[in-house]
Design a binder for this molecule. Structure first.
Ligand code: PGU
Length: 399
């Protein structure tokens, strides 16, 4: 038989969320009467709102008629790309700088192909696990050290630095993953902070992969919703975003990536052209049904529905934050993001996770799953039915 790709054995044992699901199943098998509530994985629960949903239905219906049938869609519908540029970027980008995808996780996984395994990867610590695991899979963690991910540079984001990292740690020619509003800390970077990040990326000839999957949760009008609000960012930043958490498309699958044309590799080649080449080779376009929904999500009515849906989850977040604070546990997030990041002190995150599961029958996410700086933290997700959130908050008092 062929040898296994050695990078696979360099991954941590299991992807974080299936591991949580496994522990939940184990607990449920031992306690069949327990009514477990999940505040773990960030998975949407509310029905897609009517205007957007009817566009999805129409999109499906169009496939059943000869006159409106469509097949492969390549980089995405022009109308959708134009709307994304207008709604999110003030019309700054032309259609061929916006690539429609089947979601931001999928793009995050593919983007590494642009840089290969020589890139020095920097991640916020804690961060969404796909940045590190995706890097390991491509072999970017070359001097892997057995237990950890040797060559990955962790940028601690803690209470001490206001959850914004010391960018001086970013060295020459790095690939920097940056997520704002952040998963898991909920911190949303200010314009000044992003300007510092962009300046450092330009100085070090680094590239930022900016994950804006939660931008629709920003309520503080002074906070930037995209990295492209910062001068110089078009030369050094790629942005990924998604309809998952804004329109409830976690199961529908639709996202996009912006690759500005001015961005060049050190050899002068166009990053945009290469991304187009990669996408044409290994991706065959997002579902045309999903794209019909995306178009509706970005018109006047659709944007109102996005606001309504994200408001709902933010109200959940406020309830969870109160319940956690009542325990005397310090927490941040939940105001411009759907995650609450709670500090349980020196205790191991998985132990806290187990205790909350045992005492409250509530599933959470252990902070250590997001990186070393997550030790002692628990992430609470605000994605849930209101009655479940209220019940979970009541039960948390038993902790
Ligand atoms: N980016 C960030 C920062 C995310 O938190 C998530 C989902 C995604 C991208 C993925 O978005 P899609 O557009 O739907 O692909 N994070 C959730 C779900 C877990 C997972 O494995 O993606 C979470 O609980 O962290």
């Amino acid at each position: 038989m062929l040898l296994r790709n050695p990078n696979i054995s360099r991954l941590k044992a299991g992807y974080l969320f299936p591991e949580i699901a496994r522990r939940r199943r184990e607990f449920a098998a031992l306690h069949p009467a327990a009514k477990i509530i999940s505040l773990g994985v960030g998975n949407t629960t509310e029905a897609i709102l009517p205007h957007i949903c009817s566009a999805l239905v129409e999109g499906a219906g169009a496939l059943g008629k000869q006159e409106t049938y469509s097949g492969y869609m390549d980089e995405g519908l022009e109308q959708l790309r134009k709307q994304i540029s207008a709604v999110y970027y003030g019309g700054k980008f032309c259609v061929d700088e916006i690539f429609i995808s089947d979601g931001s996780k999928c793009d995050i996984g593919r983007l590494q192909l642009l840089f290969g395994k020589e890139a020095r990867v920097c991640v916020q610590d804690p961060s969404y696990p796909v940045y590190v695991d995706g890097s390991v899979l491509i072999g970017a963690a070359l001097d892997w050290e057995g237990e950890g991910y040797g060559s990955i540079c962790y940028l601690p984001c803690t209470a001490d630095n206001g959850y914004f990292p010391d960018v001086r740690k970013i060295s020459k020619n790095s690939l920097v993953y940056f997520c704002s509003p952040n998963n898991p800390t909920g911190a949303a970077a200010t314009r000044e902070q992003l300007a510092v990040l962009v300046k450092r990326a330009l100085e070090t000839e680094s590239v930022i992969i900016y994950d804006a999957a939660y931008s629709e949760y920003i309520r503080d009008a002074s906070l930037p919703k995209t990295i492209y609000e910062i001068d110089g960012s078009q030369e050094c930043a790629i942005e990924v975003n998604s309809f998952s958490k804004s329109a409830g498309f976690t199961g529908v699958r639709l996202g996009w990536t912006v690759v500005p044309k001015v961005m060049k590799f050190s050899g002068g080649e166009s990053v945009n052209k290469d991304w187009s080449r990669i996408m044409a080779t290994i991706f065959n376009g997002a579902s045309n049904i999903a794209q019909a929904g995306g178009i509706a999500a970005l018109d006047e009515e659709g944007l109102k529905e996005i606001r309504k849906l994200t408001d709902f989850y933010l109200e959940n977040a406020a309830l969870i934050r109160q319940a956690v604070q009542k325990l005397g546990v310090k927490c941040v997030g939940g105001d411009n993001s759907p995650y609450i990041w709670a500090n349980f002190g020196k205790e191991d995150s998985w132990e806290v996770f187990s205790r909350i599961l045992e005492k409250c029958h509530v599933v959470t996410t252990p902070g250590s799953g997001f990186g070393p700086a997550g030790a002692g933290f628990i992430r609470f997700s605000a994605f849930g039915r209101r009655f479940d959130i209220q019940e979970a908050c009541r039960r948390l008092a038993n902790y």
